[in-house]
Design a protein around this ligand. Structure first.
Ligand code: ADP
Length: 619
């Protein structure tokens, strides 16, 4: 049998493992035990539908054996097992090697994070072993096979004699060197405590072959693990570390969760749920492959790894498990969707998560801001998803930066801060807080003592449009035409000025073709000469967002070029209209493009603009 080569990514990973300086090498054991647990789960699950497969649940177990002299640590399960092909497929490639994020991390050589973040599974054994033998026999097959590798050179798969079904993994533990102690992985006590630490909740008994003090012979111990899933344990007796370890191991995250939500219900439908809000987006969160969902168990036995129906789309970042004795085990996916119990659980869970977020917002604002920075866009998406079906539940979970308080505020806080007779919530959109702060319209409004919300996320304005009103107060974009704070008198005077300059504006508009729907004077701007606003339902920000989307959809806001009536430029334009129309044409183009730049829109013809400016500069 010739040697087979590892796939390219696997090779890189192996190299990384063999030469690892990762301090947490002990995690290899929980990875192997977790694989063993999964293999037994798979067998049990298969036996529910495959009547030929006879499984005695009471005999399912994981066995650990240590041979100090030969430096062997063995982990054996009686689960589903692997055949020749599977041994090669599963152990010759990294399971998650298809993931782009993983490949990128490998390229970045961010070694420590790879090990922690991706739960590199089986290969992590190469951190402590210089040779690994995997003997396996697949359920319902006669022949067993052996996979042997010393690491980077490749591996061999050959037939072997194996009586029992399942998988036996034999690690030849490395010799100690001056920096590293590997002997500890051959100490019974150490191995037992690692199992306790990382794998206590594993649902099948983990037993160890230990030397009996009296007979000096090996004897199987009682289960080392308590086998009580963490979610079924008494909340008060669980330490933070236990939650964190559980989360990090199960959901391949190297950071602790931001929030743990442990809840249970009894009554019409009973269930335990243990959920986590990650600190960072899951590594594949922004890929097509990412799927939302919670693990679903029935009385501690896994029914489904990702039950999508348990989470609404906007909470797709939540990780966790749900265990309910009311669900039958061999239920099909289609039927599951329709079960009433599942719907009830999903509804309760959503409520619970929102309640926890609200508590966090009120009692631990800093943490909430951290949450919102990462997943705020999800909450916003929840507001406008489904035509706003959830907007009332979510509107108080949204925060925006406030011009006045110089920090994030809720809509409720904004409204509480308003004068009694005010009926408007002002907002302005832009790329960053600083850029918005410099918008001419914003400056003028701040001068009047108004509070303005700064919207920097591309979805923000859609969110406010969907909410329509908050507490009967309407939302007004300071860059839109609905925004006018002037008195009746001021309004009239402005109107007259605009009417008497109509011919000039028509002339100017002609120079810009279809680009603007209107040009007029404004009294909104303080010291700035011009700004660009919009008429109608589509604002400049919305135009930017929709046109940037990878669809054929294209919209144009109705742009209005507004000129500060009290700025010197207004006088100059009037003069040019009366005396030098050719120059006015050039001024018009320059002013319009300047206004586009201020709004964060691209200039349509930069060369023309630059030539015009230079021409005027050199006069
Ligand atoms: P992961 O467990 O994250 O998929 P691993 O590298 O740990 O990645 O394992 C790769 C695959 O090998 C598993 O998905 C599983 O199909 C198979 N495997 C590993 N250990 C066992 C085992 N003890 N019994 C059966 N199959 C196993």
């Amino acid at each position: 049998m010739s040697k087979r080569q590892f796939k390219a990514e696997s090779k890189k990973l192996l190299d990384l493992m063999i030469n690892s300086i990762y301090t947490n090498k002990e995690i290899f054991l929980r990875e192997l035990i977790s694989n063993a647990n999964d293999a037994i789960d798979k067998l049990y699950y298969e036996s529910l539908t495959n009547k030929k497969l006879k499984v005695d649940k009471s005999k399912l177990e994981i066995k650990i054996d240590i041979d100090k002299e030969k430096r062997l640590l063995t982990i054996e399960d009686n689960g589903i097992g692997m055949n020749e092909q599977e041994l090669s497929d599963n152990l010759g490639t990294i399971a998650k090697s298809g993931s782009l994020a993983f490949k990128q991390a490998l390229e970045k050589k961010d070694n420590i994070n790879i090990i922690g973040q991706f739960g590199v599974g089986f290969y992590s054994s190469f951190m402590v072993a210089d040779k690994i033998i995997v003997e396996s026999k697949r359920q319902e097959e006669k022949q067993g096979y052996k996979w042997v590798s010393k690491g980077i050179d490749g591996y061999e798969v050959t037939p072997c004699d194996k009586e029992s079904n399942g998988t036996k993994i034999i690690l030849h533990i490395k010799e100690n060197n001056k920096d590293e102690n590997y002997d500890e992985f051959l100490e019974e006590f150490k191995v037992q405590s690692l199992i306790k630490k990382y794998s206590d909740y594993v649902a099948y008994p983990i037993k160890m072959n230990c030397i009996d003090e009296q007979t000096k012979k090996k004897k199987k111990t009682d289960p080392i693990n308590s086998m009580i899933p963490l979610w079924k344990k008494n909340k008060k007796k669980i330490k933070d570390d236990e939650y964190n370890n559980f989360y990090q191991e199960k959901f391949f995250d190297y950071t602790k969760p931001l929030k743990v939500i442990h809840t249970s219900a009894e009554g019409l439908v009973s269930y335990d749920a243990l959920m986590f809000i990650p600190s960072n987006p899951p590594y594949d969160f922004y890929t097509k492959e990412y799927k939302k969902g919670l693990e679903l168990y029935s009385n501690g036995v896994l029914i489904m790894e990702k039950c999508e129906d348990l989470l609404p789309d906007y909470l797709n970042f939540v990780k966790g498990v749900v265990d309910s004795p009311d669900l039958s085990l061999n239920i099909s996916r289609e039927m599951l969707q329709q079960t009433k119990q599942l719907k009830v659980i999903a509804k309760n869970i959503e409520k619970k998560i929102l309640k926890e977020l609200k508590d966090m917002l009120e009692n631990d604002t800093l943490k909430y801001e951290e949450f919102f920075k990462t997943f705020g866009v999800n909450i916003k998406y929840g507001v406008y998803d489904n035509y706003g079906a959830k907007k009332d539940d979510l509107k108080d979970l949204i925060i925006f930066y406030s011009s006045k308080q110089k920090k994030n505020v809720t809509l409720k806080q904004y409204v509480n801060n308003m004068n009694k007779d005010d009926d408007t919530i002002y907002y302005a959109c832009g790329e960053t807080i600083d850029k918005i702060d410099m918008l001419p319209q914003v400056e003028a409004l701040k001068d009047k003592g108004k509070e303005i919300l700064y919207l920097t996320d591309y979805v923000d304005e859609f969110v406010l449009k969907m909410l329509d009103k908050y507490d009967d107060k309407k939302f007004v974009n300071v860059s839109s035409n609905d925004f006018d704070l002037s008195s009746e008198e001021e309004k009239n005077s402005l109107k007259q000025k605009n009417e008497s300059s109509k011919e000039m504006f028509d002339f100017m508009k002609k120079q810009l073709g279809d680009e603007v729907s209107n040009i007029r004077y404004t009294n909104k701007l303080k010291k700035h000469p011009i700004c660009l606003t919009s008429e109608g339902n589509i604002t400049v920000e919305m135009q930017k967002v929709i046109n940037a989307m990878p669809t054929d959809e294209h919209i144009d806001a109705k742009l209005v070029l507004e000129i500060n009536e009290s700025h010197d430029i207004a006088k100059k334009l009037k003069y040019l209209y009366e005396n030098d129309k050719e120059t006015l044409k050039k001024y018009t183009k320059i002013l319009y493009n300047e206004a586009r730049l201020i709004e964060g829109l691209a200039v349509t013809n930069p060369t023309e603009l630059s030539n015009l400016v230079c021409e005027l500069l050199s006069k």
